[in-house]
Design a protein around this ligand. Structure first.
Ligand SMILES: [Zn+2]
Length: 279
């Protein structure tokens, strides 16, 4: 009987440890304040003869590594530096760079699992004003109770904090969350109305960017060659031809490698308007 109990307990422990956030999920949501802000923005799509403007800015990032209950970091500095090289490459066409100005280690392992209950405590105790605060923890739980690889707050929410699961440092999660932080929506966003395949109102629907194709949500319909295998149609009966490589999509992380011009233009707009106080 004791043996059976032991097996059950170790089984449960293994099961709980085995649960991790998945690719194709994200904890960032569009708040009511962000909808109001967006409704006041009128960003025209970049015309084919217009070149992308450049912002020539380097922003400071404060990194917080939360230690686990054994006092271990769970992530190494080299992996973070590699992720920053990729992050800077993603925004390089508008000459936007991010620089780690400080790295702090947090010994309180309660914060190694960030959720709605303890996030405010964490960001009240550990924050560096006028910089982007980047927190690495072992698990992140969103408002709905789902484990997520990362999340942040969009510009209207006025919080300079980005949260990343340590296990997702090698992929594109950091770039994806910096995109949200700088005003980009998911390519499949529908809170402003679903984008149509042929959409005359593309500035105001979907992700509010005209050069990102309408996206029905591509999680689970990308094969390992990065081909879209779905067959969804929009409300006008046209087949979707979504981008599989956009950083703001939620398909296969290994396929994500581009921001479009309209997205980068939106990033510049955010930096010049809602985030101009950042160093
Ligand atoms: Zn996201």
């Amino acid at each position: 009987m004791k043996k059976l109990l032991f097996l059950i307990i170790t089984g449960i422990a293994f099961f709980l440890n085995g649960i991790k956030a998945q690719d194709g999920t994200c904890g960032t949501s569009v708040s009511a304040a962000q909808i109001t802000l967006e409704n006041g923005i009128s960003l025209l799509p970049l015309k084919s003869y217009e070149s992308l403007s450049q912002i020539n800015t380097e922003l400071s990032v404060t990194v917080y590594i939360i230690k686990d209950d054994a006092g271990l970091n769970g992530i190494d500095g080299a992996a973070i530096n590699t992720a920053f090289t990729k992050l800077n490459a993603a925004f390089s066409s508008v000459k936007l760079k991010f620089r780690i100005c400080n790295t702090f280690y947090i010994n309180n392992y309660q914060f190694n699992s960030i959720n709605v209950q303890n996030e405010k405590d964490l960001t009240t105790q550990y924050i560096s004003k006028n910089t982007i605060n980047l927190y690495f923890a072992s698990t992140l739980t969103d408002k709905e109770g789902n484990l997520v690889p990362g999340y942040t707050y969009m510009p209207a929410d006025q919080a300079d904090a980005i949260f990343i699961d340590k296990d997702f440092i090698a992929g594109n999660e950091l770039i994806h969350q910096f995109g949200h932080f700088l005003g980009l929506y998911h390519t499949h966003e529908i809170i402003f109305g679903a984008a149509l395949v042929y959409d005359a109102n593309c500035m105001k629907t979907g992700d509010c960017c005209c050069d990102t194709p309408a996206d029905p949500g591509i999680t689970g319909v990308i094969d390992n060659k990065c081909d879209y295998t779905g067959s969804a149609k929009d409300s006008k009966n046209n087949f979707y031809v979504p981008s599989i490589n956009n950083y703001m999509s939620l398909g296969n992380d290994a396929c994500r490698c581009v921001f479009t011009n309209d997205q980068l233009n939106r990033v510049i707009y955010t930096l010049k308007n809602q985030k101009k106080y950042l160093w």
